[in-house]
Design a protein around this ligand. Structure first.
Ligand code: FEO
Length: 162
């Protein structure tokens, strides 16, 4: 039901989503170590979401009768020079993931694989949302600058993510 090309791209995407989960968990651990419990919580929730993204591709491949083959996951970065660098890395990573999703969508459109197009639409929307959210968080950190008080409140705000 799906071409080998789309199959390969989706296997690659499972790996990329699991890596994202790993990366955000590493960022969460970094924030925990800095006693920024709210930021740590935000990243932990994000890490869980990324695993769910991987599982969406996993379940789709199972549904279309393709065997899921898991690849090894690269160790993520574990240290950052500043809080801002963590968010900038997050934004750069989400842009990379967006490019990957777009590439699969492009292929599905080329092949007129309507089932895959329909499946991928959710990810197209999700990526817009994720990039926007991270851009907004970066704007907030730019706003507070070096303010310790600002950081305290932002940590509290982001920690309310369910
Ligand atoms: Fe699964 Fe953050 O994209």
């Amino acid at each position: 039901m799906i071409s080998n090309k789309i199959y390969d791209l989706m296997l690659e995407q499972i790996n990329a989503e699991l890596f994202s989960s790993y990366l955000y968990l590493s960022m969460s651990a970094f924030f925990e170590e800095k006693n920024l419990r709210g930021l740590a919580k935000w990243m932990k929730v994000q890490s869980d979401e990324e695993r769910e993204h991987a599982m969406k591709f996993y379940d789709y491949l199972v549904t279309v009768g393709k065997k899921v083959i898991l690849k090894s996951i690269t160790a993520p970065k574990s240290d950052w020079s500043s809080i801002m660098e963590v968010w900038q890395d997050t934004l750069a990573h989400e842009k990379k993931i967006t490019d990957m999703i777009n590439k699969i969508m492009y292929q599905a459109v080329e092949e007129k694989d309507f089932a895959s197009i329909n499946f991928l639409n959710w990810f197209i929307n999700e990526q817009v949302e994720e990039v926007t959210t991270v851009e907004e968080i970066i704007a907030k950190f730019e706003m507070i600058g070096d303010s310790k008080q600002g950081l305290y409140f932002l940590d509290k705000e982001l920690g309310s993510r369910a």
